[in-house]
Design a protein around this ligand. Structure first.
Ligand code: FAD
Length: 387
């Protein structure tokens, strides 16, 4: 028997360091996270603050960033770490993505030297948590329409508005908040103990339950000018961070798919129906073969994009192609695996429906599948079709 990674000789494409990082994160995921993840999902609770220092010790927070206590690994190494985390649960990978690729990347890319020194080392260590507030109740796919405003008052800024669906929002120490100013969209670092800042955890989610999601409210939040990210001008700034986080999803979603497929092959080999194992039926094998091919193709594309990124830059539409492919393939695999598990597939005893439910969020955040189709459509035709 072979795994999908063996079938596609994935190891032969990886360096020693890449394999080492992958194995280290996989071991941490299996030993530290997997035994608890179904309970976290069921309870709709995630011990973000407790886990952050452990993730920090492994160098997983802001791991692709250079300096300020960050690990400075390659894009491909970062992708492989995301894949292993998401093989446990998309919620764990989301927490790491938001901390590293969104909040820390915003500070690293657009912050002043003083802001970087103040926040990044402690965030890399997992002692401080960040969140990234872009989406609003009425503006998700079209963040350029945001209503949150920052107005000048003497040398200060005063922020008013609200943000929704913000991962890590109610446990963060600092919120990166994007707001409209007279000069256009700007980013602000809001310490979450600032008067007027509020965060309320959102409940009753059926997806990403092992992840903290919050609504943020900004009611006359007064900040000095040095809380503004000096290099962030316009919508391109938050979009630049999103492209980093999306790249992690290109790999990450495939981790969830791999976990579904592995659990399903094991189940099909032992579950007997009509007097023989489910795995011995052609219909089951056809499903497994098709899923293996989709997963393998996704892994090859992810690695290819990683290599392009490491060689000097990947274009946003290339990341869109990867995100679209990985999330669509992963959710299709998770749903197909669920059919093979029958009724057992709907329980938390198996990871499959948990992954499938999580992948609904992964398909939606960091640009929905449709938005990535539009990005690719524009790249292919030269015509924008967003409006
Ligand atoms: P909408 O924009 O209302 O879209 C609804 C539907 O319309 C979708 O199918 C969409 O593809 C489609 N659509 C939109 N525009 C077009 C168009 N032009 N043409 C055709 N179809 C279109 N945001 C943050 O800022 N920070 C976070 O940390 C964060 N974490 C999240 C965590 C979770 C669990 C979830 C679910 C979301 C999170 N988000 C976060 C928000 C996420 O980025 C948005 O949900 C996403 O951008 C989509 O926005 P929306 O939900 O408002 O959907």
């Amino acid at each position: 028997m072979v795994t999908v990674e063996e079938l596609f000789a994935i190891d032969s494409l990886l360096t020693d360091t890449e394999r080492q990082i992958r194995d280290t994160v996989r071991l941490f995921g299996e030993q530290r996270l997997r035994p608890h993840v179904a309970d976290w999902f069921e309870a709709g609770a995630f011990p973000a603050r407790e886990l952050a220092p452990e993730l920090g010790k492994l160098g997983l927070l802001g791991m692709h960033l250079e300096g300020y206590g960050c690990a400075g690994v390659t894009a491909t190494e970062y992708g492989l770490a995301c894949l292993e985390l998401e093989a446990v649960d998309s919620g764990v990978r989301s927490m790491v993505s938001v901390q590293g690729s969104l909040a820390m990347t915003a500070i690293h890319k657009y912050g002043s030297e003083e802001q970087k020194r103040r926040w990044l080392p402690e965030m890399a260590a997992g002692n401080l948590l960040g969140c990234f507030g872009l989406t609003e109740p009425d503006f998700g796919s079209n963040p350029g329409g945001m209503r949150t405003r920052a107005r000048r008052d003497g040398s200060d800024w005063v922020l008013d508005g609200s943000k929704m669906w913000i991962t890590n929002g109610s446990v963060a120490d600092v919120a990166v908040v994007w707001a409209r100013t007279e000069e256009g969209i700007r980013g602000f670092l809001v310490p979450t103990d600032t008067p007027g800042f509020g965060a309320r955890e959102m409940h009753r989610k059926l997806s990403l339950r092992a992840s903290i999601t919050a609504e943020l409210s900004l009611d006359g939040v007064r900040l000095p000018d040095d809380a503004r990210l000096p290099e962030a001008t316009g919508l391109a700034a938050p979009l630049g961070c999103l492209s980093e986080a999306r790249f992690g999803i290109v790999f990450g979603a495939l981790g969830a798919a791999r976990d579904c497929l592995n659990a399903t092959v094991e189940y099909a080999r032992t579950r007997e129906v009509f007097d023989k194992p489910l795995a011995a039926y052609q219909l089951t094998q056809a499903k497994l073969a098709d899923m293996a091919v989709e997963l393998g193709k996704g892994l090859l594309l992810a690695l290819h994009l990683g290599r392009i990124k490491d060689a000097g830059g990947v274009r946003p539409e290339q990341v869109s192609a990867g995100k679209l492919n990985s999330t669509r393939a992963a959710i299709a695999i998770a749903r197909e695996c669920r059919t093979i598990l029958g009724a057992n597939g709907i329980t938390l005893e198996y990871p499959v429906l948990r992954h499938a439910n999580n992948l609904e969020s992964v398909l939606t955040y960091e640009g929905t599948a449709e938005v990535h189709q539009l990005v690719l459509g524009e790249a292919l035709t030269g015509s924008k079709a967003f409006r």
